[in-house]
Design a protein. Structure first.
Length: 438
């Protein structure tokens, strides 16, 4: 760890200068951490509360603490050697313990206040163990502050879109500054986004272009697929009740390819135990004799036994995610509904890419689990009541993740992803190296 400095950046930042300058300044100061000044100063009184009936054991007086600057920790630098020597982790944990004893009312603002207090909460005469960088290294509030000139933004070293209007959203602010960086990032990933032909996937379109394309599609008079079943299809379903199409995975632009009795069905009428067939470009997820089955891989004619899946990656990799329906999402203020459409993208992409997924859930219908569960897409029931109800969905999951990892010593690598808005673009097995975090 000697001379090791880490620069932390929030995900909604853009770097426009060499961060090595922060490392240089921190090492020269011989301090543990470097915060960034705010252009418009904010005091700690915006974050700290003094709950009645709870006496927090702080080193500094309350009056002095609330007058100190509250730095935004979306950007900061840490000397890891000193962080370890000064036992900063223990100081943060002690502050969090006191916060919990006070019913979680000692501060607001999540994880930012305890990190700041670990360095601001000083006894009289105790020296400061931090330095303050120029505000240009964390030019923030771009997610809500309007009417900032482009030339001013380009002169700053790190731009920070803290606030609701993120630049990747259609209503985001200062998208013209952010978009070139995003396009540059996409170009770096092109070699890893190759399709079956080996050619790179087309570059992503901006939300504006997607909207235009969407509007043009709505105006077009192309025939739409009807959900009304023909007499032939109804007869085929009656003759093959053990095969059910759950999700068609073919190219949407090619129209509906999976038609019961024509492009998929039972090998012999009424004999679902023998499996199913798929042909004529039909490719998708089916239930065959009650087992989740993927058939017609990439549109090729295929006969499939119940439970057939694309070949699995053999590198000891497990993808872990959660599907909680009884705990409200604190960001959206809603409960998640039990519906396949929520996990459709993740299911399709991970299974197709040969990955195995473990979904930790609290309360999903049994028929949902039976219909979509398989050796490749597993559902693992957990009891959220085991832990403090104040933990949000994004926090409590890690207790269960740790337990699941300890129970499966054969797993060599683990990827943690969200369930509802993630699609697997590739199989990462070839690039995974032991002892590295990705």
């Amino acid at each position: 760890l000697e001379r090791a400095v880490v620069i932390y950046l929030d995900a909604d930042t853009i770097v426009q200068a060499d961060l090595a300058e922060l490392r240089k300044q921190l090492l020269a100061s011989k301090k543990t951490i470097g915060f960034v000044a705010r252009e418009s100063p904010v005091k700690m009184d915006k974050f700290l509360n003094k709950p009645k009936g709870c006496s927090a054991q702080l080193g500094a007086s309350w009056k002095s603490l609330i007058k100190l600057p509250a730095y935004n920790v979306g950007v900061f630098a840490v000397n890891l050697q000193r962080w370890k020597e000064q036992r900063v982790v223990e100081r943060v944990e002690e502050l969090v313990t006191q916060h919990n004893r006070c019913g979680g009312k000692l501060w607001v603002g999540g994880s930012q206040p305890p990190l700041l207090l670990a360095f601001l909460n000083l006894k009289q005469g105790e020296p400061e163990d931090y330095i303050v960088f120029d505000s240009a290294w964390n030019y923030g509030d771009l997610g809500w502050r309007k009417n900032i000139g482009t030339s001013k933004l380009k002169s700053k070293k790190v731009l920070h879109w803290n606030g609701n209007k993120k630049p990747w959203n259609s209503d985001g602010l200062y998208r013209d500054v952010w978009l070139p960086h995003r396009q540059g990032f996409d170009s770096l990933l092109k070699p890893y986004s190759a399709g079956d032909t080996g050619s790179p996937s087309p570059p992503q379109q901006s939300p504006e272009k997607k909207k235009e394309k969407s509007k043009s599609k709505k105006k077009s008079k192309e025939p739409t697929t009807t959900t009304t079943l023909s007499p032939e299809e109804l007869a085929a379903r009656a003759a093959c009740p053990s095969v059910e199409l759950l999700d068609e995975w073919g190219d949407p632009s090619a129209g509906q390819k999976c038609v019961m009795g024509k492009t998929y069905g039972c090998p012999e009428a009424g004999d679902g135990s023998a499996g199913m067939y798929a042909k004529g470009g039909c490719y998708g997820l089916f239930s065959v004799s009650g087992k989740a089955t993927v058939c017609g891989h990439k549109g090729k004619a295929q006969s499939c036994t119940p439970g057939t899946m694309p070949p699995a990656a053999d590198c000891g990799l497990m993808v872990m995610t959660t599907y909680f329906t009884t705990k409200k999402d604190w960001q959206r203020g809603k409960f998640a509904k039990a519906t396949y459409s929520k996990i459709q993208k993740l299911y399709n992409s991970t299974v197709t890419n040969g990955l195995t997924v473990s979904v930790l859930y609290d309360s999903l219908p049994e028929d949902f689990i039976e219909k979509y569960g398989s050796d490749r897409f597993r559902f693992v029931k957990v009891d959220l009541g085991e832990f403090d109800k104040r933990y949000g969905v994004n926090d409590v999951r890690y207790f269960f993740f740790e337990r699941l990892v300890q129970q499966n010593a054969d797993w060599k690598s683990v990827f943690i992803v969200d369930a509802f808005d993630v699609r697997s673009g590739m199989n990462p097995c070839p690039g995974i190296q032991p002892g590295k975090i990705y």
